[in-house]
Ligand binder design. Structure first.
Ligand code: HBI
Ligand code: FE
Length: 284
């Protein structure tokens, strides 16, 4: 075995199928990689119990993956029985159209390699910890499972209409960086937050960052940062709002109306908009 195989064949696209899937090759993870996963899990799992939505915490427990990098086939038994989703292993970031097609068919692409020791806290691309720990627990929730399928199905039209940025912002501000109110408290459920120690605490406790109620049209018009903590978060009243708020939208006219305008800068309150306080209540 070569040195590069220890964390699971990072970025090796050569062996990928046409749909960019590969085999997980679970046996190729080194003991060090499993140990690194255990440490990441211990740190983020602890934070999640305090800061994450109950649906995330419950989903995570059902996946039973504290002890090492999980086998995707084990998770697929749980997912298949619950929401009909399955995981497919991929070498890393894949083309938009391919990503959408997997989601439209309830297949979630999970990157197979694990971040190295020097990048434990911060990574610009998805790895197996982000994709599995961050995303898979929420795939056990029926609302999120349905929402992700609809997102996949919406991809083609958004691309044809030159409005992919608008659609992608919905994913970004919910699936990746969404907050939800639960029993009068703010909780995180976005994978980009729950897989980051710093941002989990920041998203919930920082009193300066902007939090506003979930609003899909506002979201489609709002820029985001890919290389720093978010400057604003959108807060759902419940995960059902993902579906309720989106199925009634007619995306075509919205794309036409907004796609050629510059996005709203992140972190700015619009006229007439009210920020939420640290318990998710409207500030008076
Ligand atoms: N590929 N592996 C992977 N993971 C993603 O989150 C991902 C991707 N390809 C495209 C993509 N995301 C986004 O640009 C789309 O949601 C628009
Ligand atoms: Fe992600």
């Amino acid at each position: 075995m070569t040195k590069t195989s220890t964390s699971g064949l990072r970025g090796e696209y050569g062996s990928a199928a046409e749909d960019f899937t590969v085999s997980q090759d679970w046996g190729r993870y080194s003991p060090e990689a499993h140990e690194r996963w255990r440490r990441l899990y211990a740190a983020q799992g602890g934070l999640a119990r305090r800061y994450a939505a109950s649906q995330f915490v419950e989903g995570l427990e059902r996946l039973d993956c504290a002890e090492g990098i999980p086998r995707f086939e084990d998770a697929n038994r749980v997912l298949g029985a619950e929401t009909g989703w399955s995981l497919v292993a991929v070498p890393g970031f894949i083309p938009d159209a391919v990503f959408f097609d997997h989601l439209a068919h309830r297949r979630f692409p999970v990157t197979r390699w694990l971040r190295e020791e020097h990048e434990l806290d911060y990574l610009v691309e998805p790895d197996v910890f982000h994709d599995f720990f961050g995303h898979v627990p929420m795939l056990l929730n029926p609302s999120v499972a349905h929402f992700l399928e609809l997102y996949g199905k919406a991809g083609e039209r958004a691309m044809q209409m030159g409005a992919l940025d608008m659609l992608a912002r919905i994913y970004w501000y919910t699936v990746e960086f969404g907050l939800v109110r639960e029993d009068g408290a703010l909780k995180v459920f976005g994978a980009g937050i729950v897989s980051s120690a710093g941002e989990t605490v920041y998203a919930i406790e920082d009193s300066n960052v902007l939090r506003v109620p979930f609003d899909p049209i506002r979201i489609m018009r709002t820029a985001y940062s890919i290389d720093s903590f978010q400057q604003n978060y959108f807060v759902l009243e419940s995960l059902d709002q993902l579906i309720d708020g989106l199925v009634q939208l007619d995306f075509g006219p919205l794309y036409e109306r907004w796609r050629d305008e510059a996005p709203l800068p992140a972190g700015q309150l619009l006229p007439g908009e009210q920020a939420l306080d640290l318990s998710g209540e409207r500030r008076s």
